[in-house]
Design a protein around this ligand. Structure first.
Ligand code: 13P
Ligand code: ZN
Length: 293
């Protein structure tokens, strides 16, 4: 047999050896998480998006990484301001633009895509079966990944969502990072331990643009949670659970705030008690967000 035959045979063997992508843990995690977010009422219609940095070796167990289905340009990006170099060649699984979280679990191949970051856009390796594209927020996600990876090389997930009570709170609470974080910390004992770094806040801005991406990433240098005023929230973390848990805890605190804000406050968690908790866990926290001298 000649060299080309050997190569063809090796290719065939490789494709035969590939595992079913729908059984991949990262596809299952995306399905489970989007279904949970929908069930909790956080992501109406196509609201919300997730990007998840994958391990190339793990993806290669399921996909032939030399097969690019098509290249998708990055929409809404000003290339001069957006340098994707640190992420070149990295592979992400990403929710599709206009896709409904409620539908992901039943049809992951249409609603999700696996893409590799390239200079001129992203290379589609799997998914978006109906000709779909990455979330319109991908530039913001990628900029957040770069900012979080610089702060924590183990960061993998960026999640955007429209959680109901967090959004409601945006309309009735001052949008000041210190005051907003402090109120959230007061709502459940463990809030300060879950997000000791607090919550960053951006004013209302046009979504899907370069500028909101740059501004979010800037906040992500310090915060793992960033509120987009009157729109929703961004969270970042090492795992899907950690990221989901961050947003879930903010949302729980915001719910308690919205259930009690119109009632006389008789009891509260004191700042001194919050300090005891973070000290018990040995956590670094935003001391300047507490009212203790
Ligand atoms: P996509 O459908 O493009 O992901 O947008 C949803 C969204 O929440 C925009 O902020
Ligand atoms: Zn949104």
């Amino acid at each position: 047999m000649g060299f080309m035959d050997d190569l063809k045979k090796a290719g065939k063997d490789l494709s035969r050896a590939l595992k079913d992508i729908k059984s991949a843990p990262f596809v299952k995690e995306m399905c489970k998480t989007t279904a949970n977010m929908y069930r909790l009422g956080w992501d109406e219609r196509n609201g919300g998006n997730i990007s998840y940095l994958l391990d190339e070796k793990e993806v290669a167990e399921y996909l032939d990484l030399s097969k690019v289905i098509r290249t998708i340009p990055l929409a809404g990006v000003n290339e001069a301001e957006f340098d994707v170099t640190p992420l070149l060649g990295k592979i992400f699984i990403v929710t599709g633009t206009g896709k409904y979280f409620k539908n992901v679990e039943d049809d992951p191949e249409t609603n999700l895509g696996i893409v590799r970051i390239a200079k001129n856009g992203v290379e589609l390796l799997w998914g978006y079966k109906d000709g779909g594209r990455t979330t319109s927020e991908l530039p913001a996600h990628l900029m957040c990944h770069m900012a979080r990876l610089a702060a924590d090389p183990e960061n993998r997930v960026v999640m955007h969502s429209h959680p109901t009570h967090t959004l409601a709170m945006n309309y009735v609470h001052e949008l000041d990072e210190k005051k907003f974080t402090h109120t959230l910390w007061e709502m459940c004992t463990e809030c300060i331990a879950v997000f000791p770094d607090g919550v960053g806040i951006l004013p209302w801005m046009l979504c899907g643009t370069n500028s909101i991406g740059v501004a979010t990433a800037k906040k992500m240098e310090k915060f793992r949670l960033v509120i987009w005023a009157m729109h929703g929230i961004y969270g970042a973390g090492k795992t899907m659970d950690e990221t989901f848990g961050l947003i879930e805890t903010v949302e729980k605190a915001a719910q308690i705030y919205m259930l009690t804000a119109h009632l006389p406050r008789i009891n509260t968690i004191k700042d001194e008690d919050m300090v005891k908790l973070v000290e018990l866990f040995g956590l670094d926290y935003r001391k300047d967000f507490l009212n203790i001298k």
